[in-house]
Structure formats: C-alpha cells, structure tokens
Write a protein that binds this ligand. Structure first.
Ligand code: ZN
Length: 83
C-alpha cells in the first residue's frame, strides 16, 4: 500500500511538472502573437505619415482619402488632383 502511495505521489508530481512545462510553452507560443497584434494596433493608432501629392502636407495614412492608388489629405486635394 505504501508503495502505491509513493507511486501516486511521484506520478502526480510528474504530471504537475509536465503540465507547468506545457503551460509555459503554450504561453511562449501565444505571447509573440499578442505582442505583434499590439504593435499592429499601435501602428494603426499612430498612423504612417504620408505626404499629400497636391498640397505636400504630411498626414496619417488612415485619415487620408484614397483614390486611384493615391492618398490625399482632404477631399479638396482629391478633387483638385482629379479635376
Ligand atoms: Zn492635401
């Protein structure tokens, strides 16, 4: 009976150790993805600064108006260029 208890204790310990190791490896797999997602989000918030082809003003790309593969700072500049 004592042997069985010792065996059970060792088995439990091994399972617990493996579980912790697995958890760590899963975390290390998941963490870089979370980091890159966060960085991507930051990049979107910050916005890539691009130059308006009409007036030459620098503005965040995500706030610009896209037309014919060009990005303009405002509707005015877009109509100015397409006119
Ligand atoms: Zn402009």
């Amino acid at each position: 009976m004592l042997r069985f208890i010792i065996f059970l204790a060792i088995t439990t310990g091994v399972i617990y150790y493996l579980y912790n190791k697995l958890k760590k490896s899963i975390m290390s797999i998941l963490m870089p993805e979370q980091k890159s997602k966060k960085e991507e989000k930051n990049r979107i918030i910050k916005g890539e600064m691009i130059k308006c082809p009409v007036c030459g003003t620098y503005f965040p790309e995500n706030t610009g108006i896209k037309k014919n593969g060009k990005v303009y700072c405002s509707i005015e500049c877009m109509t100015e260029d397409t006119r």
